[in-house]
Design a protein around this ligand. Structure first.
Ligand SMILES: *[C@@H]1O[C@H](CO)[C@@H](O)[C@H](O)[C@H]1NC(C)=O
Ligand SMILES: *[C@@H]1O[C@H](CO)[C@@H](O)[C@H](O)[C@H]1NC(C)=O
Ligand SMILES: *[C@@H]1O[C@H](CO)[C@@H](O)[C@H](O)[C@H]1NC(C)=O
Ligand SMILES: *[C@@H]1O[C@H](CO)[C@@H](O)[C@H](O)[C@H]1NC(C)=O
Ligand SMILES: *[C@@H]1O[C@H](CO)[C@@H](O)[C@H](O)[C@H]1NC(C)=O
Ligand SMILES: *[C@@H]1O[C@H](CO)[C@@H](O)[C@H](O)[C@H]1NC(C)=O
Length: 306
């Protein structure tokens, strides 16, 4: 194989003489492979120049050129304004172009066209459809028709995913096993996204309460970039008729944080060495006044103050 990267008379002559077939295997790759709205994506143009010098790399969306790299010109790079395309010039060169702030409307066919310099001026183009997806910003919501169930009853549940594009895949699990639900129905949201909804009817049997608990969960997933769930637990009617509802995600940790904060506020004065408890009492008063308004408050304050 002859390498003609160095332009000198003898190598050029050699290349011509041996009839080098230049430029092959032009490929367009996208990193990351799933492009998310508002994020960035690097479009990378691989090619095998076979030693031929590069004349230009041109980038298109549809038929519109938006970026060009010509190593022999000054400047080497040029951007052609196209609505919605934000090229990061600092990270774009002869191999790749980095796009920022991607919008849903930008989804489409992107191409890179590589041209070799003289003598061949061989040209090859690679095209790829690039989708832009919108992740859900909320968690799925699971509802059942009742709070608790006796064996023999039917549990009816609906799961609704938050809006996204495309719509999420919804799967219902009963005690960690996926079960078949209804066909997923899709509904447009106000923001032009889609939300998905499934419902399921489950015949309740005693066997569904291993260890005294029946768990129904709904997973909403979007390729490998989003996977969130909503879960509901039901206890065996014999042991405890009340359902234990759990919320995953933000809810649980917020509650935990509130408790830490409360404990901190209660024990802070004991930790602080100093005389002026009166001031702290006042602060605590205002802190607690919206928790309990009755005599409990006095008990708390005297505990703290003493
Ligand atoms: C490119 O780099 C320059 C200098 O390092 C910096 O001032 C500029 O903000 C950068 N532009 C982008 C789009 O990152
Ligand atoms: C092009 O830029 C990318 C990212 O900044 C860098 O990783 C790559 O090495 C550069 N390639 C060339 C040929 O300069
Ligand atoms: C992208 O290109 C493919 C194949 O050439 C074509 O079928 C498709 O309609 C194009 N999509 C868009 C959005 O232009
Ligand atoms: C589930 O959705 C259907 C159709 O929207 C509705 O009729 C039903 O009442 C819902 N069930 C529950 C448990 O919310
Ligand atoms: C939904 O699941 C199907 C089948 O597993 C898969 O082909 C598809 O890519 C998934 N869609 C999304 C948006 O995750
Ligand atoms: C989502 O996460 C759950 C558990 O965290 C896992 O069992 C399931 O396979 C995941 N689903 C997808 C589509 O990645």
């Amino acid at each position: 194989m002859v390498v003609c990267g160095v332009i000198s008379f003898s190598t050029l002559f050699l290349c011509l003489f041996q009839g080098v077939t230049s430029l092959k295997d032009v490929q367009l790759l996208v990193e990351p492979s799933t492009v998310i709205k508002g994020g960035t994506a690097a479009l990378i143009c691989y090619r095998d120049m076979q030693g031929a010098p590069l004349y230009s790399v041109k980038w298109y969306r549809g038929n519109h050129e938006f970026f060009r790299y010509t190593p022999l010109e000054v400047p080497e790079t040029r951007v052609f304004g196209l609505p919605g395309i934000y090229v990061d010039m600092n990270r774009s060169n002869g191999t790749q172009v980095l796009l920022r702030r991607l919008e849903l409307g930008l989804a489409g066919n992107f191409s890179c066209e590589v041209t070799a310099d003289s003598p061949s001026f061989a040209t090859q183009i690679a095209t790829k459809f690039i989708d832009v997806i919108a992740l859900p910003t909320l968690l799925p919501v699971l509802v059942t028709d009742k709070d608790h169930y006796q064996p023999g009853e039917t549990l009816r549940a609906n799961c609704t995913s938050p809006p996204s594009r495309p719509a999420t895949n919804l799967t219902i699990f009963v005690n960690e096993e996926p079960i078949s639900a209804s066909e997923t129905s899709l509904h447009p949201s106000e923001s032009g996204l889609l939300y998905a909804k499934v419902n399921v009817d489950l015949k309740v049997t005693p066997e569904l309460f291993p260890g005294g608990r029946l768990r129904v969960a709904c997973y909403a997933t979007l390729y490998d970039v989003y996977n969130q769930s909503a879960k509901l637990d039901f206890l065996t009617p014999e042991t405890d008729p009340r359902p234990e509802r759990i919320t995953l995600g933000g809810g649980a940790s917020m509650c935990f944080l509130n408790w830490i904060l409360l404990l901190f506020l209660v024990f802070l004065p004991m930790l602080v060495r100093g005389e002026d408890y009166g001031l702290l009492d006042d602060e605590l008063n205002s802190q607690f006044s919206y928790y309990d308004e009755g005599s409990d408050q006095n008990a708390l304050i005297s505990l703290v103050g003493g």
